[in-house]
Design a protein around this ligand. Structure first.
Ligand SMILES: *Cc1c(COP(=O)(O)O)cnc(C)c1O
Length: 372
């Protein structure tokens, strides 16, 4: 089945006891045992399994084309589970411009725990090859990257890693399985902040790990999920499935709108640079065209005049909302460096946009007047 159909039907069935077309929400934390001590429906206690979570996991697994999926309470909890499935003394390659929360987790939690981490520019395959060590166990990719929209060659990095026997994980939050299919390029594990496009309405926090194969590494992630219990509540699972049903169509519209905004900004005299993989001026435009179905709904731009000017433009919008996060139906604008903190390498004149589903002409008019 094609992805539009999977988004609506995978893991989702008419309720057999009531005929309800939309599945009910199962809030019960505990499930009855038979007289002989067995569990007739397979559920015991909601930390280890819940019908709404299971439905969500089946859908996520189908969308990415994996062998298993584990849902978490946030994208960061999903990210943690992948690093926790490694062992102290293991070495990890992570991108120099990963999501700042991922870099923070590595620096503040996992390096003290015993992981060795090298931050590498993953767009440079020679640098990747040079950074692999005998104890390297994982390469963590994020593409497009945040907030510079760098594009990492999934097939290229995966080939180098696999030749050295190293597993590859890809944070596919920004592209979603609609625009980019990491397993088709050999990636082993996909991670999502479902908080963003999968949820799509800025009203749930969630994450997921999806594995290409049912191996020992995924069994460990599943054990971390069940034992630690950083799981989404049944209502959040239900809301996520509701959001996912329209994901394929939302992603096309996000991308179409962002493409128009990127062209507008590129032609504006106040704008120094636009970072968007759908532009011919993007250094990895050809790679993005090969690797992604569409360039997506995220872009950033650098403004002439530095930090003050960037703040002034963000202050002047009326349709865009000044807020962090991304992937909702409403467009957001953010001065990224001041959110990321003092360690950031993000340029001070950069504004990041999450392009929503408003009419693109209204978004262009809004930025045009804020820039004037
Ligand atoms: C938001 C985000 C995360 C973290 O997800 P949370 O749900 O906020 O914990 C991880 N990776 C990327 C690319 C993100 O945008």
């Amino acid at each position: 089945m094609r992805i539009e159909t999977l988004a609506i039907h995978a893991g989702q069935h008419t309720d057999p006891t009531t005929g309800a077309v939309i599945p009910p929400i199962h809030l019960s934390t505990t499930f009855e045992r038979e007289a002989d001590g067995t569990f007739a429906h397979g559920y015991i206690y909601t930390r280890s399994g819940n019908p709404n979570r299971e439905a969500l996991e089946q859908c996520l697994q189908a969308l990415e084309g994996g062998a298993g999926a584990a849902a978490f309470a946030s994208g960061s909890a999903a990210t943690m589970a992948v690093f926790q499935a490694l062992a102290p003394g293991d070495h990890v390659l992570a991108p120099t411009d990963s999501y700042h929360g991922t870099a923070y987790l590595l620096r503040q939690v996992f390096i003290p725990w015993g992981l060795q981490v090298s931050f590498v520019d993953l767009t440079d395959l020679d640098a990747v090859a040079a950074a692999l060590q005998p104890n390297t166990r994982l390469v963590w990719i994020e593409t497009p990257s945040n907030p510079l929209l760098k594009i990492v060659d999934l097939a290229g990095v995966t080939e180098l890693a696999h030749r050295a026997g190293v597993r590859v994980a890809c944070d596919n939050t920004w592209a979603t399985p609609i625009l980019q299919r990491p397993f088709e390029w050999g990636v082993d594990v996909v991670v999502h902040a479902t908080t963003k496009y999968l949820g799509g309405h800025s009203d749930i926090l969630g994450g997921a790990v999806i594995s290409r194969v049912a191996d020992e590494f995924f069994t460990k992630i599943r054990a971390i999920q069940g034992a630690g219990g950083a799981v989404p509540a049944p209502f959040d699972c239900w809301l996520l499935l509701r959001g996912i049903r329209t994901l394929p169509y939302r992603m096309r519209a996000h991308s179409e709108n962002a493409q128009q905004l990127a062209h507008f900004l590129e032609g504006h005299p106040q704008v120094e640079r636009v970072h968007y993989p759908g532009l011919l001026s993007h250094p990895a435009h050809a790679l993005a065209q090969r690797q992604m179905k569409l360039p997506g709904g995220m872009l950033s731009f650098e403004i002439k005049g530095g930090r003050e000017r960037a703040f002034a433009v963000a202050a002047g919008v009326r349709v865009f909302t000044r807020a962090t996060s991304l992937g909702g139906v409403e467009s957001l604008i953010e001065h990224r460096a001041s959110i990321e903190g003092p360690q950031t390498k993000t340029p001070d004149n950069l504004l990041r946009l999450s392009i929503g589903l408003e009419h693109p002409e209204d978004l262009i008019a809004d930025l045009d007047s804020a820039l004037a």
